[in-house]
Design a protein around this ligand. Structure first.
Ligand SMILES: [Fe+2]
Length: 164
């Protein structure tokens, strides 16, 4: 099909691995937007902005992943209801959660993505699908790890001045 000098088996496996990560990324994007809207409390403004920044970055990854699937001759997951069928990220309850719960939920979702990305990096390395391998490592893995750092930093207890 597409003359990219990669076996049909390798392209099919990569497309499946990438679609699973794409579906999770679509759910993670939606989770960030939900938290962007529903967050409340003393850290409202910074988290409102940070959640939206991370959502935008996930949206960029979604586009890269989907276009990579197409480049391999696969069919990218497009409908959010299809993504909901494929994802292994637990559905969040309707309505708001408190900030620590939102952060734990996001960190758990990131770890699900990162676990799949690490596995896919390994598989694409074995299959010599370097295009997918580079996308997963340089873009998806690094961006998710960076977002985990930024989100995790909000869990640190900062003692109040004068507290014993
Ligand atoms: Fe907004």
């Amino acid at each position: 099909m597409l003359p990219i000098a990669l076996s049909a088996e390798a392209r099919t496996e990569s497309a499946q691995l990438l679609n699973a990560i794409l579906a999770d990324s679509m759910i993670l994007y939606a989770l960030y937007k939900k938290h962007h809207w529903l967050v409340a409390g003393p850290t409202f403004y910074q988290l409102h902005l940070l959640f939206d920044k991370h959502a935008e970055e996930q949206l960029e990854l979604i586009d890269l992943l989907a276009e990579r699937v197409q480049s391999l001759g696969g069919i990218a997951v497009g409908d959010p209801r299809h993504a909901a069928e494929l994802t292994t990220i637990e559905r969040a309850p309707n309505g708001a959660e408190d900030v620590p719960a939102m952060i734990h939920r996001l960190l758990h979702a990131h770890e699900i993505v990162i676990t799949k990305v690490r596995h896919a990096i390994n598989r694409t390395d074995k299959n010599e699908d370097w295009g997918s391998n580079d996308l997963l490592m340089s873009d998806v893995l690094r961006r998710n790890e960076l977002q985990v750092w930024f989100i995790s930093a909000h869990l640190v207890d900062v003692p109040l001045v004068g507290d014993k």
